[in-house]
Design a protein around this ligand. Structure first.
Ligand code: SF4
Length: 81
């Protein structure tokens, strides 16, 4: 069975990531992802950030994560597996 519940649909019919606010339906939306796909993409993004030079990581940390570097926890968790 194909998953049709989008990670961004916070309340039935309401989109949390697009400015349209009302879900266009998964079949009409190029931003559709399942919760699992969104989690995998998020982890890949953190792995990519962790691979950047420390100066770039510090810039991203200050600009978007209040000085924190949450990607290190995700990457360490993967290293243990
Ligand atoms: S399918 Fe598109 S419009 Fe609907 S909740 Fe997901 S991202 Fe938003």
């Amino acid at each position: 069975m194909t998953e049709t519940k989008c990670f961004a649909e916070v309340i039935a019919g309401k989109c949390a990531v697009l400015t349209c606010k009302k879900c266009q339906g998964h079949e009409n939306c190029t931003m559709f992802k399942t919760e699992e796909q969104a989690k995998i993409d998020h982890e890949k993004a953190f792995e990519r950030i962790a691979s950047l030079p420390i100066e770039t990581q510090e810039y991203i940390s200050k600009a978007f994560y209040s000085g924190k570097m949450p990607w290190h926890k995700v990457v360490k968790k993967h290293d243990k597996n």
